[in-house]
Design a protein around this ligand. Sequence first.
Ligand code: 7PM
Length: 403
Amino acid sequence: MRVRFLKIGNLEEAMEELSRFGEVDHSLSSEFKPEKFVNVSLKIENVSDKISLLISQQIAKYLNGDVLVSKVDESGRRNLIISVKGENFEHLVNMLKSFSSEGKLLADKLTGAMNGFFNDSVVYRFGRKEFDFSKRTYVMGILNVTPDSFSDGGRYFTVDSAVEHAMRMVEDGADIIDVGGESTRPGSERVPLEEELRRVIPVIKEIVKRVDVPISIDTYKSEVARQALDNGAVIVNDISGLRFDEKMVEVIAQYSASVVIMHIKGTPKTMQENPYYDDVISEIYGYLLEGVERAQSFGIKQIIVDPGIGFGKRLIDNLEILRRLREFKSLGYPVLVGVSRKSFIGNVLNLPVGERLEGTAGAVAISVWNGANIVRVHDVKEMARVVRIVDAIKQVPIKQNHI
Ligand code: 7PM
């Protein structure tokens, strides 16, 4: 006799396990359905009393699952945690759909969250290149064009050497080049607009001629974004998640560009002064959702979300975000993560920035394992290898040899 726990996280894994089970004795078994071996647990926040009651009753009576319902808050809303079998999740969604307009809205959100969490069925087009996030994880190479850049000591701030570095990163496996002219290091002062433009625009002009990967501009200033997009950049990487400059969202929409919406608590100058969260994942999730809705309302299609490692977070927050990264996939958009050489790695290993390659590799591996679609890194050659081995272990693309 032997006993072994099975780790079945999704339908593919359930199908694979059942396919090697051999012949089933149907007279003694439940109905043969792989969905039954996958459990879905999720949190539903801020729903009406009516919907809460409906879900609670349905789960208790028909769906053979579990449900936790909070007391109503001041505005008459409740939070729920539900846990149901895969197949019953579908029943719940269908039941909600036909209940009311609020039910239909929730049903759509549940379906979206389900798809985001369990698959990566998103394909984006950046310039001439197609990014199929179900196929593999992509690498964004960091090009700092700041004289005080902490990680390359300002070695790459002349146009020529910046371009050379960009080309080298592409050779090493970068799928995107992220150009930034303002250090957002904790405590750093803002760079004047003219200075930021002087740093990034000549570099962007030159690298779009020389490399064929998409260029993103790392800025929270709409004028920098506008000129970068005008000169060939196609993605705006906004560390403020569209909040520091109210014109940013319009500019991105105007150029039909893509956007990275990142979470930050506070501003780069103040963010590490005593950050605190009651519920770090929930707070970041809410912030990103607001940014996503803002972008959507302006017609922006290609949205990427990023929890913003190190931007107003304590060590334990950064570690929890990486451990629970997959939760952000319920937003339904590709997830980007930037862990490269960051101080949380220095804090764990007690090592200076020049000694964080292995720590970065570990954090990148965990990010990819937990669902990151793009990793933003300095050490492209090494991290592209890390990404490839983790993708292989994850079976991305999924092995299609069962059933
Ligand atoms: C000094 C300190 C310079 C820290 C630069 C940094 C992210 C980002 C940065 C990120 C996205 C760095 C950071 N980090 N954009 N820009 N996500 N989307 O380590 O994590 O490069 S700046």
